[in-house]
Design a protein around this ligand. Structure first.
Ligand code: ADP
Length: 617
């Protein structure tokens, strides 16, 4: 079981790892696609816009050049120029031509305008009045001159050896009689064109056929080459003095990606180094290539933004999925928990039901058992009662027969005596004997009357009875037996009355006193103490009779009021005294209580209702 659990745990962990790996792969793919797509789109847009820009710049440059292209041709047809070439020493004409060329130069806005003879010597020039005039200098080494001397329009770009200005040269032959006398040259300063490109957002550069950059919006790139030049090429350039003494270093360009014809992505590692989208267009007449370089920062920024957005979107998506999964998991867990709880509950209910059923069966069995036991008990009880009844009857009959037998046998002997006395004629003695018989029958009548008390509750006549009188009468009745006993009796100062039947109350007291007398029989200093007092609410009178006998054993205290309960030897007591006393006191609405006195001996207390002297029931 545990192995399965562990295996499941490992399985889950493995699954989770694979899931995370898949998420990571998906994340990488998403980023890669985003980068690709955004980069492509941004590059395509950039390529299109900068291509149009390039077109504009090329047209502008072409326009600038074409503006002056015709000028040397026009000047070449000018008569004074021809004349001067025919008569080179004419100083007057040279001055006039210098002035003329200066004026033309000013009007057309060209850098320099000058006239060369067939040997390449400058004979008149617009800058005749400047510090470094061209007049007298020989530029026969310049290709534009050589082209013109061949009868063509000479075009050339070079750094002016005298002026140190970058110039574009147009040279046109001066014809006379199918002969070329010399050439008219117009030099255009390229600096203003470069200057006008300065505010561009792009970098622009113009390179010559050898790849030397000579016009550029980035000054650092000027006279640098796009590719490393072979030594012979460098030597050729140096000889042509095109770039004077410039060193022509190679730009540190790394080609990264070709983007179709005439476009590529490069990195120029100059200083910080930047990536550029480069597009180029050639200018056929001049033999130049115009390049437009657009920094990729914007594209990179755009791609970065897109990446950040995609990453955030992906992250949000993943979080959402995770949240959803967690929620689902929680729901599943909850459902599982509830299912389990339900199952547990059902199981517990089943178990409890089973327990209850079992308990029920047990209970039914127990009830059955109890019922059986009860009926057995009842049977035993009724048997016991029966036995007890028989015992009581036995006890009763023994007691009664004992009590009655004594006077009966006495009567018999008195009767026999009387008969004998009658025969002898002893009248006096006979009389006494008969009186004894009568007395004995009286005693027997009393015994039977006492028994009758159990049969029915006799309606007794109650009247106010003086407690002092009833106590003293009772004591007097027993006076012969009380001789050896100390009686502690102090009648109350105010006479107290109880509502009772005088004779019956006397009977109760006699019984209590004779029991006390019997109890103190074996005492050293026999004592019977009698106390009377009124209750605190003045509703009852308490009469206490205490002796200094051995007292009543605790286990018998409850039984002494039972009929026929006696501890006395046979013939000494019937066990009816206290039970009769209790019935008598009950009938008087009183109470009789028995307990042992703390100092020893028994204490019987009679509580009887106080009588108001006028009362009689
Ligand atoms: P009897 O006197 O015939 O035994 P009673 O009903 O008067 O019947 O008394 C029942 C029993 O109560 C007596 O047998 C005796 O054991 C006990 N008893 C009654 N009075 C006292 C007493 N003052 N001291 C000790 N025992 C007593």
């Amino acid at each position: 079981m545990q192995v399965t659990f562990l295996e499941t745990g490992l399985d889950n962990r493995h699954k989770r790892r694979v899931l995370w790996l898949l998420v990571l792969i998906a994340f990488a793919l998403a980023l890669w696609r985003t980068e690709n797509w955004n980069r492509e789109t941004a590059l395509a847009n950039l390529q299109e816009s900068s291509r149009q820009e390039l077109r504009r710049y090329v047209l502008h440059l072409q326009g600038q050049l074409e503006k002056y292209e015709f000028l040397p041709g026009v000047l070449a047809s000018n008569k004074p120029l021809v004349y001067l070439l025919q008569h080179p020493g004419d100083q007057e004409r040279i001055v006039a031509l210098n002035n003329y060329l200066e004026t033309v130069n000013k009007l057309t806005g060209t850098s320099d305008t000058y006239l060369m003879d067939a040997n390449g010597l400058t004979i008149a020039s617009s800058n005749w009045a400047t510090e470094r005039p061209f007049v007298g200098r020989n530029f026969s080494y310049r290709p534009y001159f050589q082209q013109a001397m061949k009868g063509q329009l000479g075009r050339y770009f070079a750094l002016g050896t005298t002026s140190n200005k970058r110039g574009y040269y147009f040279a046109y032959p001066v014809w006379w009689d199918n002969r070329i006398l010399g050439a008219v040259v117009v030099k255009i300063d390229m600096a203003p064109i470069e200057e006008s490109w300065k505010d561009t957002q792009h970098e622009l550069l113009v390179s010559d056929p050898d790849g030397v950059v000579f016009i550029t919006t980035n000054k650092g790139w000027r006279y640098k080459t796009l590719n490393p030049l072979a030594p012979e090429v460098l030597e050729r350039i140096r000889k042509s003095r095109r770039y004077d003494n410039e060193t022509l270093e190679t730009l540190p360009i790394t080609r990264i990606e070709a983007r179709g014809e005439n476009a590529q992505i490069v990195r120029i590692n100059e200083g910080v180094g930047h990536e550029y989208l480069v597009q180029e267009e050639s200018m056929s007449h001049a033999g130049w290539r115009v390049h437009i370089l657009t920094r990729l920062d914007q594209v990179n920024r755009h791609v970065l933004n897109a990446l950040v957005f995609a990453a955030l979107f992906f992250l949000a998506f993943v979080l959402l999925v995770m949240f959803w999964m967690q929620r689902r998991h929680r729901f599943q867990e909850k459902a599982k928990f509830e299912r389990k709880a339900k199952e547990t509950l059902e199981l517990r209910v089943r178990e409890q039901t089973r327990d209850i059923t079992e308990a029920n069966i047990r209970l039914t069995q127990e009830i059955e058992q109890h019922r059986r036991t009860e009926s057995e008990l009842q049977r035993t009880q009724s048997e016991l009662i029966q036995a007890a009844k028989l015992a009581v009857i036995g006890q009763l009959s023994t007691g009664i027969s004992h009590e009655l037998n004594q006077p009966l046998s006495a009567i018999r002997s008195y009767a026999d005596n009387s008969l004998a006395l009658h025969r002898r004629g002893r009248g006096e003695e006979l009389e006494w004997n008969l009186a004894q018989i009568s007395e004995l029958t009286e005693r027997m009548a009393q015994i039977s009357s006492q028994l009758k008390l159990f049969a029915r509750k006799a309606a007794v006549k109650k009247s106010p009875v003086s407690v002092t009188a009833v106590v003293e009468d009772s004591l007097r009745l027993l006076s012969s037996r009380l001789k050896k006993v100390r009686i502690n009796w102090e009648p109350p100062k105010n006479s107290l009355y109880v509502l009772a039947n005088m004779v019956q109350l006397e009977q109760v007291l006699v019984n209590l006193f004779s029991n006390a007398l019997h109890a103190v029989d074996s005492s050293q200093d026999p004592l019977i103490a009698i106390e009377v007092k009124e209750s605190s609410d003045a509703q009852s009178i308490h009469l206490a009779i205490r002796d200094n006998g051995e007292g009543i054993p605790d286990n018998l205290l409850e039984r002494i009021f039972d009929p026929f309960f006696t501890t006395k030897e046979k013939g000494q007591g019937l066990g009816l005294g206290l039970s009769i006393s209790m019935r008598i006191i009950d009938a008087m609405d009183g109470k009789i209580e028995a307990r042992n006195h703390p100092e020893g001996g028994a204490l019987f207390v009679l509580k009887l209702p106080t009588a108001h002297t006028s009362e009689e029931v």
